[in-house]
Design a protein around this ligand. Structure first.
Ligand SMILES: Nc1ncnc2c1ncn2[C@@H]1O[C@H](COP(=O)(O)OP(=O)(O)OP(=O)(O)O)[C@@H](O)[C@H]1O
Ligand SMILES: [Mg+2]
Ligand SMILES: [Zn+2]
Length: 148
């Protein structure tokens, strides 16, 4: 059996290939402090691809598409592995959608989307690094401006 940097879980989800410095941000949007089962977080692990990477393992939870879309904004290189009986049964890369609705707020405090109960709507103008443009006020937002 091969060696794992962060120990195995029986069933759940592994978010791998997170840019190391974004690991806790991903943990934050996934709300892992509210999970009931084992959660393991590793940071500054060696990665051929990223140099250093972070990894999050969440027991008993199957990550859903909405969460994957959020992860993609913070960690565009991440891959998600679904684990069952200690084996990877499904693996996919996160993907940034072309339009993001209701996940990220517009950064412009005067934007109409921040006034009425309007759902935010942002066009993805660049995926990696992330760059978004508000559908309503056309304000451009970069990774550092994102409020998720
Ligand atoms: N039972 C398990 N519990 C927790 N983590 C696991 C388990 N099995 C695999 N993993 C982790 O899930 C990720 C994907 O596992 P896999 O065996 O596909 O590794 P890999 O060949 O390095 O894949 P990749 O090409 O995606 O890096 C790795 O980070 C691995 O450590
Ligand atoms: Mg690997
Ligand atoms: Zn706006």
């Amino acid at each position: 059996m091969k060696h794992l940097d962060v120990s195995a879980i029986k069933d759940g989800s592994v978010i791998d290939h997170i840019e190391s410095k974004s690991t806790l941000k991903v943990a934050d949007i996934l709300n892992i402090q509210n999970e009931e089962q084992v959660v393991l977080v590793g940071m500054n692990l060696t990665s051929k691809f990223l140099g250093k990477k972070g990894i999050i393992k969440i027991g008993g939870k199957i990550i859903d598409q909405k969460e994957v879309n959020k992860i993609a904004l913070i960690a565009p290189n991440a891959s998600v592995n679904i684990i069952k009986d200690y084996e990877v049964i499904k693996k996919f890369k996160v993907a940034v959608p072309d339009i993001i609705e209701g996940i990220v707020k517009c950064f412009n405090p005067n934007c109409i989307s921040n006034y009425y109960n309007t759902q935010s709507k942002l066009h993805v103008v660049n995926k990696n690094p992330i760059k978004l443009q508000c559908h309503y006020c056309e304000r451009i937002m970069n990774a550092k401006d994102l409020v998720i």
